[in-house]
Design a protein around this ligand. Structure first.
Ligand code: GLY
Length: 599
């Protein structure tokens, strides 16, 4: 059932008069909220980007594992079934809240290799060399995922490590049936590997000179190592076996962290680097450490919002936006109405301007988190909004006087176990299939996370994000992220678990999932399925997904000075909502193959 929240005829009246106010006009033009049915379970729920990963998470829970055991199993399963983003060659952020109220933020973000330099992606004239930070061996940061999972399990896991890694080994060895989306993704991607193994090879033009694409055909008729199908394109329903990845995962299962950062896997990774002119060394691998950080807290409409601190920019930005928006009656204004869109966009614009200036790795310089999260500061930022006019981004700069410095393919999963422990984890290779580099003989893809650094101040990265000194490259430093895992509680009880991939859009997609639930009364599936909007200060555009705004609303927004940019769907938001009485409601984004499963 579709519902129009407010009469359409009054819309035009609202576009041109009056002073700013926290209370919305009585009537305005709202976009109908599409219906969608969530999965509801009694005890436990996993939402992830792939049905096999969700299934494995549930199996671990049913065997007596807790949410943290399930997280390890889901993470490794995604490395097999979702090569576009699931990974062992990338990194991520995991936020948890235990049933006893304990909480933690595990940072297993990649780091810049020791040989990285501030200007490594610039030519002699100081210009950014196209593709160097996104494609090929030099684009990869030191992976953090395996160390992160090892650390999580060591601190909070219940089942033996081997038991939680084994399902991914089985998946890789037995093979995975490709979905339509995954087959299409593999077909449009040119993978890179330098392998010269038994079998045939074909030359392949890539950004990295001299790189050859492995074309040795395994016993299935599939390429064992490069995800490339010979002879015909991948079809949905094809089975892809990951022989080398199964071996790598077996080493991780048997040796834990060492199975990745030392021994055979480290040899294979560093040999791949040497052949492809990359800079990750054995010492980089050995030195990699995940970090426990102190989660951030904020409040919104009576809920406590727990989220991730720097080197994520997402937590700070989310809490800033929620502070900026709380005074406004978004529900009364109506979902995606001109007035609500106006307020939300102006908040996003201001927060992304702050992000570009102030956010970076806190281990390498001061990030003014406290100042950015002060209520008077964010109130004052919104005081400069015009009632019925867009503020051009050229007139919005970062807030002054702080002692500053400074995927589109990522994936997210949520887990709530029967005891009420909750995990919200976003993990990434950065771009689709990361750097496209497959580690020969090890069967996994490396990230291209180095592009999340600011290669040159003011020059946009692949998400159009600009940055400055705070996010400049330095050896061992973590690149700034937008990943925004979040957990909301009310009266100290778990209420909502949320997160998404989507590069720069992650923060605004998480914001909208929260607003959809708390301000607009959507269920978990509606909250993730509803079409989205996005503004990130620069470029000065509102990205608009099909169906997000009524034509009359678009006219009203244009009349206020907004530029609208129709854009293909983005994000894969996952939500778990705790219903009154304690049942769990799952929302898995229909834009992907995402799946909510539980019991
Ligand atoms: N690679 C996307 C992010 O971390 O924001």
């Amino acid at each position: 059932m579709k519902r129009y929240l407010y009469p359409l005829a009054l819309a035009a009246l609202l576009s041109c008069t009056s002073t700013p106010h926290a209370t919305a006009p009585v009537a305005t033009l709202a976009t109908p909220i599409p219906t969608a049915t969530p999965v509801v379970t009694a005890k436990a729920l996993v939402t992830s980007a792939h049905p096999e990963a969700s299934r494995i998470g549930v199996e671990i829970l049913q065997k007596g594992g807790n949410a943290y055991d399930a997280a390890v199993a889901v993470q490794f399963a995604l490395a097999v079934v979702l090569p576009v983003a699931g990974n062992i060659g990338g990194g991520g952020f995991l936020l948890y809240r235990g049933a006893d109220g304990q909480e933690g933020a595990l940072d297993f973000r990649e780091t810049a290799p020791a040989a990285a330099t501030r200007d490594m992606y610039l030519d002699k004239q100081g210009n950014v060399i196209p593709d160097l930070s996104t494609l090929g061996h030099l684009a990869a940061g030191v992976p953090g995922t395996v160390a992160g999972m090892w650390e999580l399990h060591k601190k909070l896991g219940k089942l033996p490590w081997k038991e939680v890694v084994q399902p991914a080994v089985d998946l890789a060895a037995k093979g995975v049936v490709l979905t339509e989306k995954e087959a299409a993704g593999l077909n449009r991607t040119k993978f890179i590997t330098t392998a010269v193994t038994a079998g045939q090879h074909m030359e392949h033009s890539q950004a990295t000179p001299g790189v050859r694409m492995e074309a040795a055909v395994n016993e299935m008729g599939f390429l064992p190592n490069s995800y490339v199908r010979e002879g015909r394109p991948w079809q949905p329903g094809d089975t892809i076996r990951h022989r080398y990845l199964a071996s790598t995962l077996s080493r991780i299962r048997d040796e834990g962290r060492t199975g990745f950062y030392a021994g055979t896997t480290a040899d294979l990774l560093t040999q791949e680097m040497q052949r492809g002119h990359g800079i990750i060394t054995k010492q980089d691998l050995q030195n990699y450490q995940p970090k426990w950080r102190t989660p951030l807290h904020g409040q919104y409409r009576g809920y406590d919002v727990l989220t991730f601190p720097p080197p994520s920019s997402g937590g700070v930005a989310l809490l800033q936006m929620l502070q900026m928006l709380e005074p406004y009656d978004l529900g009364r204004a109506g979902w995606h109405s001109p007035q609500a869109t106006h307020w939300i966009t102006e908040a996003q614009r201001r927060v992304y301007a702050d992000r570009a200036t102030y956010l970076g790795d806190p281990d390498f310089g001061h990030v003014p988190v406290k100042q950015l999260l002060e209520k008077p500061y964010n109130k004052q930022r919104m005081a400069t909004t015009l009632p019925y006019r867009a503020t051009p981004s050229s007139q919005v700069t970062a807030g002054p006087n702080f002692p500053s410095y400074e995927s589109d393919q990522t994936t997210h999963y949520n887990i709530v176990d029967a005891q009420g422990n909750a995990v919200s984890c976003t993990t990434t290779l950065n771009g689709a299939y990361g750097s496209k580099v497959v580690v020969a003989g090890a069967g996994f893809l490396l990230n291209n996370e180095m592009d999340d650094f600011s290669s040159k101040p003011g020059t946009p990265n692949s998400y159009g994000l600009v940055g400055g000194a705070a996010n400049a490259i330095a050896p061992g430093k973590r690149m700034l992220s937008s990943m925004t895992p979040a957990i909301l509680t009310k009266n100290k009880k778990l209420a909502l678990v949320v997160g998404t991939p989507g590069g720069s859009t992650i923060i605004t997609s998480v914001l909208q999932a929260i607003l959809n639930t708390l301000d607009y009364g959507m269920n978990a599936q509606q909250a993730v399925a509803a079409p989205r909007l996005h503004h990130q200060w620069l470029p000065d555009l509102i990205d608009v997904e099909a169906g997000a705004l009524l034509p009359a609303t678009q006219d009203t927004l244009r009349a206020r000075g907004y530029k609208l940019n129709p854009r293909a769907p983005w994000g894969r938001v996952e939500v778990i909502r705790v219903l009154p009485g304690g049942r769990l409601e799952g929302g898995a984004d229909p834009r992907g193959d995402d799946s909510s499963q539980g019991y």
